[in-house]
Write a protein of this length. Sequence first.
Lengths: 260, 62
Amino acid sequence: MTAADALYVYGVVPGDTTPDLFAGVDGMADGPVRLVGADGVAAIASSVPLTEFDTDALEQNLKDGEWLEQKVRAHNRVLAAAVGKATVLPLRFGAIYTGEDHVRTMLGERSELEQQLARLEGLLEFGVKAVLDPGVLRARLAESRGGAADEGSGRAYMLRKQLERELDREVRSFAARCAEASHECLSAAAVEARANPAQAPEVAGGEMVLNGAYLVGSGRQAGLRRAVDELKARYGEDGVTYELTGPWPPYNFADEEPAA
Amino acid sequence: MSSPSPALQQEVTLVELVDRVLNKGVALTGDITLSVAGVDLVYVGLRVLLASVSTLEQLDAE
């Protein structure tokens, strides 16, 4: 590290974690990922050039989608190297320090980091997204109502409009029921659970009814998988697809205070 | 429902990553801090990168 460098901190691990976990893992920039320890905890860190990471450079770089994608992937890649091998407390993007002594001071001042690590010990985060294809559900609902009215007549037009409105309502009510039941079923297989805001349809590829994160004991993933399979069996024919991702570093459960 | 193309799949994964890395995790104030303008710029970059309305909405709510 030179005067032209700063230290980027990815996350925090217990002080007895072996740095070997990060050997050969590519960080934000050239140079190894290492541990900077103090008081029973250690920061996962690597040197980054100030030409890229000081305040002015950051402001410019953050506008660059490609740069941001690279750095977001690097942030996750480093933390992911320790998932399942050590307890990892992820930091939010952008914790940058001018020297190791500053990192140690921060670790010493933040006793809650150690408490957070203790809370997350032996636990893994998984994500489950449920996306509804409204077309499939509408077709199914319409079919269960029987045949359509005769085409052409004014009355048929009115009936069709009315049917459309009723179907809209039923789809909305189904989505709400499905979201609640899915989150409940998955939460029952988890130690802690969070339901995040749905992603936009352009991104989700349909109407996202659930964007959940689940904290599960390592070795207990089978229970969550079973819950996902159960939901697929229950709602699959209605046009709902489920996607399970993980294990992730526990980003969603690294709040400074437990969510209400 | 047809399965998403590999390119789309990758994009969805990126959305998940971005949601987690930029919005979650313990927020510490380091020596080099992003100004409020800087945080906004993250979302300018993101807007270029993906059309994640939920992420933008989260920013608006903060």
